[in-house]
Design a binder for this molecule. Sequence first.
Ligand code: FAD
Ligand code: FES
Length: 320
Amino acid sequence: MFKVNLKSGQSFQSDSAINLVEAGKQQGIIIPHSCMSGRCNSCKIRVLKGTSTRTSSELNLSKEEIKNGYILACCRTATSDLDLECEDLSEFKLEEPKILPVKFIEVIKNTEDISTFLIQHSPLSNFQFLPGQYINLSYRGVTRSYSIANYNPETKIIELIIKNYSKGEMSQLLFKHDLEGKLATLNGPLGTSFLRNPNRNKKLILIATGTGIAPIKAIVQERNVVKEMGFEEITVFWGMRKIQDLFWKPKGQTIKFKTILSREYRKEYVQNSKEFLSLDLNNTSIYACGSSEMISSLSNVLKNRSFDMANLITDEFIKS
Ligand SMILES: Cc1cc2nc3c(=O)[nH]c(=O)nc-3n(C[C@H](O)[C@H](O)[C@H](O)COP(=O)(O)OP(=O)(O)OC[C@H]3O[C@@H](n4cnc5c(N)ncnc54)[C@H](O)[C@@H]3O)c2cc1C
Ligand code: FES
């Protein structure tokens, strides 16, 4: 057994049988994570002291990150005592993921290729989540991840906002058939892409492309929680293609809402748009959700502006 120390002062025991994320979790210590398969980089942490061994491929770590001591905690086990630099999410009450049967209740078409899917679990089961978390939905042998856009604990209905990919396996199953009353299975809630404000910033910018608006919808519905975190000014940026794609807007006047369209006259991408680039990012937390391309481009924009990356939370829709 080795001792793993986090900068927060917390520590846990680890051996060669189990990866660092799981080892921490079993002892009540939460290291940020999502895919648990070396693809999303949510669990990227820096080793300050000690050694670890790779148990599966760290697919998206750059050579520079490896040189600078970064590892993916879901792909590593300890081979000595370790000192790690990483966010410690242990103060958050994460619900244990459950596997629940669900029924498709309704499908609502939002745009040409995006629909809202309402699924319902049994009234006898309990489901809780932190806005920003996702579920794995399994239907007819295919499993895909979807962010929770809303959950009603009274009706037990979960809302998902899903894009139809023309050659997508799950897309074929969800968009080509009448789903009402059909049964599926969910596994969740999963991941740690929920909103937090460890540096007590005053401004919050939520950025989405496409269906990346789903967890942001869940977050802004919890406006009191967002305020309790210390945020006083909230701005949502949503990148879509065309005006007719804009099927949602936040309710009320207290949230600034900016839409950036990539296929209308200005042809802008949200992270490179004039409106975003002109913002003063001091005292600001950013939550970004959507395609890997947007997240990677946004990260570069922010690094070039010397933004403190500890104030960036990402929820990346990596391809299956
Ligand atoms: C944590 C997480 C949360 C997610 N939340 C949502 C959500 O709320 N709503 C939603 O619509 N999707 C979400 N996704 C993506 C989703 O899980 C699937 O990847 C997507 O629905 C495609 O599945 P598919 O079976 O139809 O296509 P697949 O059979 O998996 O892929 C077929 C082809 O479609 C294209 N494609 C597939 N996925 C993507 C992608 N993400 N970006 C760009 N091109 C792609 C590629 O060309 C690919 O080769 C999420 C992914 C993750 C990891
Ligand atoms: S890379 Fe480790 S959780 Fe995704």
